[in-house]
Write a protein that binds this ligand. Sequence first.
Ligand SMILES: [Zn+2]
Ligand SMILES: [Zn+2]
Length: 170
Amino acid sequence: MTVDLTSVFNNDGFSLPFDYEFSMSDYFSADEENPFSLIHAKGKIFNRTGIVYLSAQSEFTLTTACDRCASDIVRSMTVPSEHILVIGNEDEAENEPDYDDNRLYIPSYQLNLDDLLAEDIWLSMPVTILCSDDCKGICPSCGTNLNEETCSGKKAVDPRLEALAKLLEQ
Ligand SMILES: [Zn+2]
Ligand SMILES: [Zn+2]
């Protein structure tokens, strides 16, 4: 959704509330799976004493696989977005003495809100997602999901550690 911020920037006290849904599918190529449900974004952009703030929350469910055992995970998440918005070019502003990197530079009064919120969602994603903090993962030698049953085969050796052990022997 594109929002016109002309009134917000030009009027102290003005507030522009929003409550809408958008899809993350535009940020994935056709052969990639979009793990995000529709994003429910709720918040406001407002001017307080001449400073323009954005305050929002994005709610969605993420459907993915555990990075350790590959079991399905469906997780409800809420990502906050809190920014001070200024009109300008960040590359130019970086050279100014009063540069403040807490501000978010936008090129014009026409703001693509989906892009802004989607970026905050990306940045908040954990590097690894586990079904539980103590997920035992999969046995590397027999493939058993060790959360469901114990391994019946011989003691598993991590192939990377085995290679390292061989190197150290030489
Ligand atoms: Zn797991
Ligand atoms: Zn095993």
